[in-house]
Design a protein around this ligand. Structure first.
Ligand SMILES: O=C(O)CCC(=O)C(=O)O
Ligand SMILES: [Fe+2]
Length: 192
């Protein structure tokens, strides 16, 4: 793992080919986006309640569609999860949109969280609230980011709401980015 990443953070560039990324983006765009948040989202498997910060048993939406179940299975085969993830949130970020600093709901989800990036790069910032440390990770299209251990439980993560990111002193305008975040709903147990 790259030195300088928070402990428990894994970054796998080019986890998805361009063709696979495009197929996933097309599948998402063929579905209906939920417009109730600042950024558009889609929930699969279980609905996550942002206000209550919980997943209720009656939030079950049904099994993941085949095109996500295939990815979920691959994540198990490649050792990122012990049990196939059963919940996926798709997020859409237009330039200027982000997600504020948070730790993914601890009682709702297991210890491994995987985010796949599609279409356009952006920077994610990790902060350790105890030490004040910050770490910057450029999320490239097709990349996999796994958070577990301290990266999942101790560090917060966020995407600054910006029009551009500065990479090695160079300003890069953002484009539309989609992400797919895979999790296991725990509902009392603790699978990863
Ligand atoms: O867009 C991403 O890669 C991360 C999204 C995220 O942090 C979340 O849905 O909790
Ligand atoms: Fe998150």
């Amino acid at each position: 793992m790259d030195a300088g990443f928070p402990e428990g953070l894994t970054y796998v560039p080019e986890f998805l080919s361009e063709a696979a990324s495009k197929a996933l983006a097309d599948a998402l765009d063929a579905d209906e986006w939920d417009q109730t948040l600042k950024r558009r989202v889609q929930h699969f498997g279980y609905r996550y309640d942002y206000r209550a910060r919980s997943v209720e048993t009656d939030a079950y939406l049904g099994p993941l569609p085949d095109w996500l179940a295939t990815v979920a299975q691959r994540l198990v085969c490649e050792g990122h999860f012990h049990h196939a993830p059963d919940q996926v949130i798709a997020n859409e970020y237009w330039p200027g949109q982000g997600i504020s600093a948070h730790v993914d709901c601890v009682p709702c989800f297991g210890g491994s969280i995987v985010s796949l990036s599609l279409l356009s790069p952006c920077e994610m910032i990790f902060r350790n609230p105890e030490t004040g440390d910050r770490r910057f990770v450029m999320l490239q299209p097709g990349a996999l980011l796994k958070m577990e251990g301290p990266a999942r439980y101790q560090w917060t993560h966020e995407i600054p709401a910006r029009l551009a990111d500065t990479v090695h002193g160079e300003r890069r305008l953002r484009g539309r980015r989609l992400s797919l975040t895979f999790r296991n709903v725990t509902l009392g147990e603790n699978p990863t």
